[in-house]
Design a protein around this ligand. Structure first.
Ligand code: AP5
Length: 221
């Protein structure tokens, strides 16, 4: 029954929370479990910069590289296009969007959201996690203190060297946290008001957080 419900029910999930709360980690696991795409605006911006597009370089040098948000008009346009793609017809997991009230209002016009899941974590834990996070450029797998690579700084799967994100330097992380409080935290009130907010303790084990999120999603199936 559950399998059938998962196959037929459309699920549009928003994951939000401070930098380093574990959104990307959970989004990848959920995407694999529910077989729906993981849409990360942060990944989109990093990919555009790596490809050397004009927009990608501008977004990195003027905004995300410094810990600031990329302007709403650019971000909303990108998400609108991505959510319009065929693979999002069965639903999607949005990781890192919306991040402002303007983006949340725009999203309401783009698509109906079923769940807005806030992953909570303290600043102390976030700084510890982000300053030690490593990621694979090829497959995107995220490593950290609790999920270290098997072999020294090499991706377990791709066997390529892992990298440390430019915006994970402590001073940039502190700026991202400041921006989060000012621009993204108001989303808690926004999603509480429309009844979509669910909050999860992001300081638990990765598997426990995943279970908590699955329970929330399966409640509505
Ligand atoms: P983005 O890439 O979205 O960054 P972020 O939101 O700051 O989040 P992070 O990717 O840093 O952390 P996360 O919550 O995904 O944690 P993770 O799972 O990796 O955005 C980057 C930038 O792009 C933004 O700053 C902004 O400038 C721009 N941008 C993006 N979207 C935008 C938008 N909508 N509007 C405007 N600008 C936008 O985990 C972190 C670490 O912790 C890892 O090492 C992981 O292994 C570890 N970990 C995770 N969970 C656990 C756990 N339960 N226990 C122990 N360790 C854990």
């Amino acid at each position: 029954m559950l399998f059938l419900a998962l196959k037929t029910k459309k699920m549009n999930i928003v994951l939000f929370g401070p930098p380093g709360a574990g959104k990307g980690t959970q989004a990848k696991l959920l995407a694999n479990y529910f077989r729906i795409p993981h849409v990360s605006t942060g990944d989109m911006f990093r990919e555009a910069a790596a490809e050397g597009t004009r927009l990608g370089i501008k977004a990195r040098d003027e905004y995300w590289g410094k810990g600031n948000l990329v302007p709403d008009d650019i971000t909303i346009g990108l998400v609108k296009e991505r959510l319009g793609a065929k693979d999002c017809e069965k639903g999607f997991i949005l990781d890192g969007f919306p991040r402002t009230i303007g983006q949340a209002e725009a999203l309401e016009k783009i698509s109906k959201i079923d769940y807005a899941i806030e992953i909570q974590s303290s600043e102390e834990i976030i700084i510890k996690r982000l300053t030690s996070r490593l990621q694979c450029k090829k497959c995107g797998k995220i490593y950290g203190l609790d999920v270290p690579p098997k072999k020294d700084k090499l991706c377990d799967k791709c066997k390529l060297p892992l990298y440390h994100r430019d915006d994970d330097k402590e001073e940039v992380v502190r700026e991202r946290l400041r921006v989060y409080k000012k621009q993204t935290r108001p989303l808690i009130k926004f999603y509480k008001k429309n009844g979509l907010l669910r909050s999860i303790n992001g300081e638990q084990k990765i598997e426990k957080i995943l279970d908590d999120i699955k329970k929330i999603v399966q409640e509505k199936l």
